[in-house]
Design a protein. Structure first.
Length: 294
């Protein structure tokens, strides 16, 4: 009968692409490992690898089994962690992914969390919303903070407060006679530097649509998924941008002039996400509580 040990052996061979290397990594002799692979192929009635000289390549059946086996082994690890931590205090490492335009949600919460649970450390990853979603799906991080819209079928989430967009100009290139506010029409003809995801629709499309609602086609000079890069370009006088207000908490420069947009209907929406039907570590579950009742 196929068991967890055989699946681990199979995954190791798939990663190393050689029986010899896999046996060395598993600290076992080569013949028993070869026998375990043969037994697994016999039970399943398929060839899992094609032998190409000294290299072993997965067959179509092997590729399917690898995907399933990795998920099973990951779930076994999660079960072990869940049982081990059931009678322990909070400790370990919490991996969180965030888009840079949402980073302002994290510093104070991490500070306060560490004050209560000093045995917990953090691993932070960044990317656009699509990339953060993929990190959560691939279990590279437990929690993600993303800008919406995002396909949410695979995620549970906590909706975070909406916020307004603001216009950001170089202080010497701001519209004349403006104090603290402007209108969307002020962006007509202005070179715009806009956030744009690696994949999927998001803030970029929302801003374009908002411009068109005000009867002009925006002049987009640059698209980029990294808001700090856009704000750096604005601070050098390359153009202007439209970003969520909280973005400015993580990037401040005396060269920037920030304006409320009086007649913009679009709002920036964001969420804390995690994978459905996945065991969350005790520290992840407790950290999500920091975002409730916002």
């Amino acid at each position: 009968m196929m068991d967890i040990k055989q699946l681990k052996y199979f995954c190791t061979i798939a990663e190393e692409k050689q029986i010899t290397k896999a046996a060395r990594r598993l600290h076992m002799a080569q013949p028993p490992l070869s026998q375990q692979l043969k037994s697994l192929e016999t039970e399943l009635g398929v060839m899992l690898f094609e032998r190409n000289g000294r290299t072993m390549e997965l067959t179509q059946a092997g590729t399917l089994l690898l995907k399933k086996a990795e998920r099973i082994l990951q779930e076994m690890d999660e079960i072990r962690h869940e049982v081990k931590e059931s009678d322990k205090g909070l400790r370990g490492k919490l991996a969180i992914g965030t888009v840079k335009s949402c980073f302002s949600y994290l510093p104070e919460r991490i500070r306060d969390f560490r004050a209560s649970y000093p045995a917990v450390s953090f691993l932070l990853r960044d990317g656009d919303s699509y990339q953060i979603g993929e990190l959560v799906k691939n279990r590279d991080v437990e929690l993600g903070i993303v800008r919406l819209p995002l396909e949410m079928r695979e995620f549970d989430h906590i909706q975070l407060p909406d916020e307004e967009y603001v216009g950001v100009f170089h202080r010497d290139l701001a519209p004349p006679d403006m104090n603290e506010t402007l209108q969307m029409a002020s962006f007509e003809g202005v070179p715009l530097l806009l956030l744009h995801r690696v994949s999927g629709a998001g803030q970029y499309e929302m801003i374009l649509e908002e411009c068109r609602k005000h009867n002009f086609e925006p002049t987009v000079l640059c698209e980029c998924p990294d808001v700090t890069m856009l704000l750096s370009l604005v601070s050098k006088g390359v153009g202007a941008t439209i970003v969520p207000r909280s973005t400015l908490l993580s990037f401040q420069s005396p060269e920037l002039a920030v304006f409320d947009i009086e007649d913009a209907e679009v709002r920036a929406k964001s969420a804390l996400i995690w994978l459905k039907q996945r065991h969350l570590s005790k520290q992840a579950r407790r950290f999500t509580e920091e975002f409730k009742d916002m």
